[in-house]
Design a binder for this molecule. Structure first.
Ligand code: TYD
Length: 209
């Protein structure tokens, strides 16, 4: 078992993930823990280069299997170079998205099914999160929040409504399959209310050890 603790966040653009990651990492640091925050796809020079290929709207010809493997490749490098060493050093690692994203987007969204887990087996190298916060937000509220920020959509965000419905179904299935690990969060609640729940959940888990 790792000395550190691995925590991940899942949820779409506009769900408030980044805000909650910042609050949680600040709270843990203030309590005296060493915290490392990172994101997927990305977090190392190689993984950020792969991210650019994955999200580039000009790469419309990418095959679903290529896409799944590139997310896996970015993940393999991040686990090897950043996540595992930090956990071995006893740090709390908080990652914005992880394997669940691949299962939801490539497994369900692209309809690749179980091969996504197979592709990712060597990438995650038995490194699975202990807690995953899933920020659940109605797609319409989320798209309103994104619209306010005026950002351009990346290649995945530009996918059809049908694709995003399958992704949401994927997350629902994951929640059912891993009720001990995945903590659903109602992302329409206030920032303060959500952060209290998240911090309490993490602290409880730490002191249960
Ligand atoms: P990002 O801008 O980081 O998205 P967000 O703010 O929504 O977290 O872009 C990452 C995109 O990549 C996002 O649309 C989800 C997608 N994705 C996958 O399809 N599979 C994966 O394994 C991961 C990690 C992300």
């Amino acid at each position: 078992m790792n000395k550190g603790m691995f925590i991940t966040f899942e949820g779409g653009d506009g769900s408030g993930k980044s805000t909650q990651i910042e609050i949680l990492s600040g709270a843990l640091e203030a309590t005296g823990f060493d915290v490392l925050t990172t994101r997927e796809p990305g977090g190392t020079a190689i993984s950020e280069a792969v991210r650019n290929i994955l999200l580039d709207p000009d790469n419309g010809e990418m095959s679903p299997v290529t896409e799944a493997m590139l997310y896996g490749a970015a993940r393999a490098q991040l686990v090897h170079q950043v996540i595992k060493p930090a956990l071995e050093n006893g740090m709390i690692v908080i990652c914005d998205r992880f394997l669940d994203s691949s299962i939801a987007y490539q497994g369900y969204g692209r309809q690749l099914g179980d091969i996504v887990e197979k592709i990712n087996e060597p990438a995650i190298d038995e490194c699975m999160p202990e807690i995953t916060f899933f920020m659940n937000l109605d797609p319409e509220v989320a798209s309103g929040r994104i619209g306010e920020r005026g950002e351009d959509k990346d290649r995945i965000e530009s996918e059809s409504e049908e694709f995003h419905r399958r992704v949401a179904k994927g997350y629902e299935e994951l929640e059912k399959k891993y009720p001990d690990r995945i903590v659903p969060i109602d992302a329409s609640e206030t920032v303060d209310k959500i952060s209290v729940k998240i911090i309490e959940t993490v602290m409880t888990r730490i002191y249960q050890r």
